[in-house]
Design a protein around this ligand. Sequence first.
Ligand SMILES: [Zn+2]
Length: 453
Amino acid sequence: MLIGMIRSQSTRAYACLTALLWVGCSSGPELPNVVLISVDSLRPDHLSINGYSRETDAPLKELFQHAVVFENAISTSSWTAPAVASLITGQLPRQHGVTKGRVKVAKGDHPTEAELQPVLDPSIITLAEYLEARGYATLAVSTNPHITRELGFAQGFRHFERVQPVDAEGATGSLHADAARANAVATRLRNQVGSRQPVFLWIHYIDTHLPYYARQPWLDEYKAELRLPAVELPASAAADTSFRGKAMDLSQKRRLLEAYYDSEVAYAMQQISELLKELALGDDTVFVLTSDHGEAFFEHGYMGHSVYLYESEIRIPLLIRFPEPGPDARRVPEFVSIVDVMPTLLDFLGIPVESPIQGRSLLALADGATDPEPVALFGSLSRRKKKSYSFVQRGRYKLIRNHYTGHDRLIDFQTDRIEFRDSSKKNKEVVKELSALLEDPLSARPHETEPGS
Ligand SMILES: [Zn+2]
């Protein structure tokens, strides 16, 4: 049955005339392309669009100016696998089950696949599966060893390719799979599917993940601001010890490390811009920029991620540029989660969610609505027995539970923006309430989201 598509001005969603028979909907040119970009370890506060002092996103400025910017987006974890599984399923880690695992990198050789990481359950319906059923050409490019076909992340993708890591000297063994190489793969896949179908492309970049390579001209520019002594800098940096022997104090080394990171952010943004030019998908494209988690820079004495669940590690950027007649540019201060990305896209496309998810559509917020009361957000980090935490955040409070010690820590953001104090003893009622939510997240998150809700 050939069924037309209409655009609903009231909901700003695309609505299939026979939504109940969604498998039978046409795949006409009315469906917009969807480009989902996740940049590993990308901190939202290191983008100029969010007020950062360095110009890290100049090539995407115009695109970002037309986007809905979610200012308070939180991931479901502080490392890749659970967070990315949440991004593409709309489920919390406890529901999708991809919570553990590690990657063994053999020096001088290809890394082995992730060990002990559960495979994403084939019964879970992914964003790609929804879109494939609607006639999209579904394409994915991964640069992260946690995101592979073997681990279940290719579900719903007609073409899924993992770009193997190569370090700056051309030897394998690091985590580095350059964005330019990922772009070349994405362009090749795009050209394989022709132009008759709408395209869903998901690309996960890893340039902003440790180790950070010195990207020019940005690093020289940022280094000049730091007024450091004239020292020769290494090709990459992974810790303040990367500058051992250089005539700098610890504070200078840490700021330099951040400059390396920022040079990678600027490089990634430039490569995204190049990719969009190369693909030339046109204005009728939904563009999403996000990350899997953040990156700590010694706020609590350590750097990197997958350590704890502080803001530095779980805050992510979330920008969505909707095509006409989608929501216009806006900054949304409400708290939102990475699990909300999938239902938001499906809502915009008029595709009903037919699987249990914990995300919600953000279309109403993107259109200017506000939450009548703060929404609860959840996440966890449980890579090893002794390192197992979960959190619930609602309004001014965040409760972090250490599952190994049983200790609860309450953060009161109103009095403690930097998360240094445990306020649990002074707020026993709050701890009790959040504790009940933590034990039963489904009581606070929708089991499924209908378009327009
Ligand atoms: Zn990651």
